[in-house]
Write a protein that binds this ligand. Structure first.
Ligand code: KIV
Ligand code: ZN
Length: 447
């Protein structure tokens, strides 16, 4: 059976960045945007260009550098915001302007102080302006789930007619529940004129802990775009978590027969990178990306897992990119294994940069008994200070398996079997300077 394709709209860099303590500078956002690209998201909401010069520059830099996904910029429903968003996005390969305007009475009356008629007119004008600049225009009626349904349809009719290509339905305050949200989507599909020509999207907040359940209910009701963030970060209690939505579809295709473009093996690297950049650790029991998500403590569970992982694991750690617990690196493991470990921690290095890290890693392994991931992260940051984030020493970010322990070799293992070339011929043993870069190492690097 052909599965319906669901567009993954990642808003880690916009709504996610609105979480206390999660703001990121341009370089950090760019780095994360490249990882989101590797992760395979369809849309990256890169920021809110009118909010600050820094946000504008971040959106612009991402629009210029990240060419595969759609790059979206947020704008309120007014000319200065929309023009500023377009200015930041105009060089993107696939730009999208995302316009929002609140529609619930409580927002109209107390926040915007406009009437319903004014709201419809403002939304229509804003979309017309955005459409005159960019083909791809998304509209969000903020606080949709607390908006009078008839009025919501009136606003949506107007913006579809004005040229919106995506209608995003936000549960701004995390108030709805799955059955109600599914019914709201079904009503929108029944009542809004021209709805068959636009993509319906869901944007769920987690105030009652139901963001992912609400997003999945919306998909079941016909939504074909989900807005979400890595580690579920976002305003207040956060947004629907990307990894939870995607893995629900992977693990339960019988209930969620949908596919996304997400490369699930890149999830852990994205989560680690975000945590490392913001300095905000992932909650240990966080589904999919928390360090306990694949840890087994109880004896009965450990026994079962050893006999057959299926006893207590509904997905493999590998399927979300969590490092293999059996992979223990020693200083003789070589650059390939070290490079893999760095990638799992969210870093990709070219050959020369990896050589630098490798030399320092080996020296460190000589000095301390166990080199753990947080040592490796410090070492990476230290080695590449000028190009990396200036985040101070971070909380140790320990992978879900607790297992990425890089051990210094024991006395016996300190003398490894001689390395051989691809034809099995032992290579000359190098002395103390064995970790200096040589042509031999160059040759071996790819092995
Ligand atoms: O939660 C919300 O309503 C939003 C909109 C801007 C989409 O983030
Ligand atoms: Zn939001």
């Amino acid at each position: 059976m052909d599965k319906a394709r669901v567009t993954v709209f990642d808003t880690t860099l916009r709504d996610g960045e609105q979480s206390p303590g999660c703001s990121m500078n341009r370089q950090e956002k760019l780095r994360l945007a490249h990882q989101l690209d590797r992760l395979g998201v369809d849309v990256i909401e890169a920021g809110f260009p009118i909010a600050s010069d820094g946000d504008f520059e971040s959106v612009q830099a991402i629009a210029e550098a990240v060419r595969r996904p759609i790059i979206a910029g947020l704008a309120r429903a007014c000319r200065p915001d929309i023009e500023r968003a377009w200015e930041a996005l105009k060089h993107a390969a696939r730009p999208r302007i995302h316009v929002f305007l609140a529609t619930s009475d409580i927002h109209l009356q107390y926040k915007l102080r406009i009437s319903r008629d004014q709201c419809v007119a403002q939304a229509r004008e804003a979309i017309r302006l955005a459409k005159s600049l960019c083909d791809d225009v998304e509209f969000s009626p903020e606080d949709a789930t607390r908006t009078d349904p008839d009025f919501l349809c009136r606003v949506l009719d107007a913006v579809v007619e004005a040229g919106a290509t995506t209608l995003n339905i936000p549960d701004t305050v995390g108030y709805t529940v799955p059955s109600e949200f599914g019914e709201l989507i079904a009503m929108i599909r029944r009542c809004v004129k021209g709805i068959e020509n636009v993509t319906i999207s869901a944007h769920c907040h987690n105030d009652l802990g139901m963001a992912v359940a609400n997003a999945l209910a919306a998909v079941a009701a016909g939504v074909r775009q989900v807005e979400c963030t890595i580690n579920g970060i976002g305003e207040r209690a956060g947004n629907a978590s990307l990894e939870e939505i995607v893995m629900a579809m992977h693990v339960r295709p019988d209930r969620y027969p949908y596919e996304t473009g997400v490369v699930s093996e890149q999830i852990f690297a994205a989560s680690q990178m975000l945590s490392e950049i913001t300095g905000v650790p992932v909650q240990p029991n966080k589904a999919i990306t928390g360090r306990n998500a694949f840890a087994h403590e109880a004896g009965i569970h450990q026994d079962g897992i050893l006999k057959n992982p299926l006893t207590y694991e509904i997905m493999t750690p590998k399927s979300v990119g969590v490092p293999d617990s059996k992979l223990v690196l020693g200083k003789h493991s070589g650059r390939h294994a070290l490079s893999m470990r760095c990638e799992q921690l969210g870093y990709q290095f070219d050959r020369r940069a990896l050589d630098d890290i490798y030399r320092r890693f080996v020296r460190l392994a000589d000095k301390i008994k166990h080199v753990e991931d947080h040592h490796l992260l410090e070492l990476i940051r230290d080695t590449h200070k000028p190009t990396m984030s200036a985040t101070p020493l971070i909380e140790p970010v320990i992978p879900a398996t607790n297992a990425a322990v890089v051990t210094a070799p024991s006395a016996e293992s300190a003398r490894p079997a001689p390395e051989t070339n691809p034809f099995g011929v032992p290579l000359p043993v190098q002395s103390d300077s064995q970790h200096e870069q040589t042509q031999q190492e160059d040759y071996l690097w790819g092995v």
